[in-house]
Design a protein. Structure first.
Length: 135
């Protein structure tokens, strides 16, 4: 068996390290919930109905407890902090919007788009979080 040349081993090591660091990055995003500006719940309500570049949240999520394609968000503000141990409500909601496949609600499939980091601004995300936590 032929040994890898030194350059190949260095290249392979660098590639593995890059993959490891990428995997350790928070959700693969270049920002976190703590980087968001203060949110405006009123603006979040507008975005819930008609966000830029995508289907409205209200298309799949009700606010009245009625089951839809996605889970109802009635009482969401109370539940969000209890959904995942070690996460506060803002962190959970941030991931629910930007990395929805990370926390699938029991009884639902993974149908929420994972492209909102490309279509929503940081302000939009902060506004949606503020709105959802007011529910």
């Amino acid at each position: 068996m032929r040994a890898f040349p030194l350059l190949s081993r260095i290249s392979l090591s660098a590639l593995l390290l890059a993959g490891l660091l990428t995997g350790c990055a928070q959700n693969g995003l270049d920002f976190s919930v703590s980087d968001l500006p203060p949110g405006d719940p009123a603006r979040g309500a507008e975005l819930f109905a008609e966000p830029p570049g995508g289907a409205p949240c209200a298309h799949c999520h009700s606010l009245d407890g009625e089951r839809g394609v996605g889970p109802s968000l009635a009482g969401y503000g109370e539940r969000a902090a209890r959904e995942v141990g070690g996460q506060n409500a803002e962190e959970y909601t941030f991931e629910a919007i930007l990395r929805p496949s990370k926390h699938i609600v029991r009884g639902y499939s993974n149908t929420m788009p994972d492209s909102y980091e490309d279509t929503l601004t940081r302000q939009n995300i902060a506004d949606l979080i503020a709105y959802l936590l007011s529910q």
